[in-house]
Write a protein that binds this ligand. Structure first.
Ligand code: AMO
Length: 435
């Protein structure tokens, strides 16, 4: 192997031992009689000390050729040193150049010079060499593990549903058409229809973490054309409160998991994760509207982005960064949401807002075939296009509900980042199809 130790596997008490380390040349310092290479590997930084009189001609010659971000493997002896940050340095016997980096670099890696978002995304492989950027993706990984742990502890089965489908669930405007052999298909906007169909199967508590596609031309810091949707669906609910209980616990437990296991990365990012106060307030839409109107806003039949922000402020003053908004006007909500017969015109739809932004939406579903068909017609949808889905409601469909949550929004907001693109390796938006 070109490496025997990562930087964090070496310590001052290994003084005198021979090791081979490998990584990128982060910095080159030449003081004449003594030169240094700061090598960066996945775990951190290692100082390579090159005193002219104590190393071979080969080592000196190689040092002269090195450029920043070149890839090298260095074999040498561990030397305890009070002057080195880590308490040790490596005196090299051999430096092997594995790949020389071209100069100049397309962007600065040290984090000292801030690069534009576009430059960073065009050169994502280099951007990811920055500690802070890497920290974001190490934390993102922990969010995924946290969610999975929580859902599995609660007996949910992880599923994968098709991403190429014949019909969309979230409205025609944001569908991406795909040429599918000799017919047209679409990239799925959400696993909605599939997770619901499964409620009529033996898998009555499911979740999925997968891509969702929206042909949204909105050029904002919180929309992508391809995002990761975390969806769950559960059968045999009494009402939408069961769905909210699950979503609330999931968010709190996931945040706790990341806070506990992501300490080194949070330190690099200089961020802390705030655990939202429980129970999350459950505010009826009309009450939210009332709160906003007494604050001087005019609110329609739904909350605009600005309304959400304003409500976020009001709630933050009351000590809540996470809360539900329930009972939306049915007119504003998709066909699969159940209407509230006791309060005509309203529905059992819920949104979960987090730091004044919509994080998730869902609710109790319409599981009664005839009501579902009439709701579809009311929304000008042709039930014929949804036969594959409607069939599942004819032969034993239990009451059920669930939510879809924008995974990137969760990571972005929890880490207090300003742009959703920060938390996606290779984001897709209206302007970006490469890399
Ligand atoms: P909705 O359309 O509200 O609901 O989407 C659910 C959540 O997904 C996130 N989201 C997005 N994130 C980034 N970029 C986008 N373009 C984008 N669009 C949506 C948001 C949003 O709250 N089927 C329902 C869910 C359900 O009822 O279970 C649905 O998709 O955080």
């Amino acid at each position: 192997m070109l490496r025997t130790h990562y930087s964090n596997q070496i310590s001052p008490d290994m003084d005198g031992e021979t090791v081979t380390v490998a990584g990128w040349v982060y910095e080159l310092r030449d003081f004449g009689g003594v030169k240094f290479i700061i090598l960066r590997d996945r775990q951190g930084y290692i100082q390579i000390v090159i005193p002219r009189k104590r190393v071979s001609e080969d080592v000196l010659e190689t040092f002269g050729k090195l450029t920043k971000e070149s890839v090298v493997s260095v074999s040498g002896t561990v030397k305890k040193s009070d002057k080195a940050k880590a308490g040790f340095e490596i005196l090299p016997e051999k430096i092997e150049v594995l790949n020389l980096a071209e100069t100049p670099l397309p962007m600065d890696v040290s984090g000292k010079i801030e690069s534009e978002m576009d430059t960073r995304l065009d050169n994502r492989f280099i951007d990811l060499r920055q500690d802070k950027v890497r920290a974001i993706f190490m934390l993102r990984d922990l969010f995924l593990t946290g969610i999975r742990n929580f859902m599995k502890e609660n007996q949910f089965v992880e599923i994968n549903t098709p991403k190429i489908a014949a019909a969309g669930a979230e409205g025609g405007a944001s569908l991406f058409p795909v040429q599918y052999f000799d017919q047209w298909a679409f990239l799925t906007q959400s696993p909605q229809l599939y997770k619901q169909m499964l409620m009529a199967s033996s898998l009555d508590k499911v979740f999925e973490i997968g891509p969702a596609f929206r042909a949204e031309p909105s050029d904002t810091s919180r929309h992508l054309s391809e995002f990761t949707s975390f969806d769950f669906e559960m059968a045999y609910i009494s009402d939408y409160n069961d769905v909210m209980d699950l979503a609330e616990n999931m968010l709190v437990e996931t945040l706790k998991y990341v806070k506990k296991n992501g300490k080194p990365w949070l330190e690099i990012l200089e961020r802390d994760i705030e655990i939202p106060k429980t129970p999350f307030p459950r505010i009826k839409f009309e009450d939210a509207k009332g709160m906003l109107e007494s604050d001087g806003r005019r609110v329609g039949n739904d909350l605009s982005t600005e309304d959400e922000k304003a409500l976020g402020k009001i709630m933050a003053e009351k000590g809540h960064i996470a809360y539900f908004i329930t009972d939306y006007p049915e007119e504003e909500k998709p066909f699969y949401i159940m209407e509230n017969d006791e309060n005509p015109g309203y529905s059992f739809a819920i949104d979960l807002d987090y730091y004044g932004e919509e994080l998730a939406s869902g609710g109790q579903r319409e599981h009664r075939y005839n009501r579902l068909v009439s709701r579809m017609k009311k929304k000008n949808l042709d039930p014929k296009n949804f036969e594959f889905y409607l069939k599942a409601f004819k032969y034993g469909m239990p009451p059920h509900g669930g939510v879809g949550l924008g995974f990137e929004r969760m990571v972005m907001k929890a880490l207090n980042l300003k742009n959703i693109r920060e938390v996606v390796l290779f984001p897709r938006d209206q302007w970006r199809l490469v890399p």
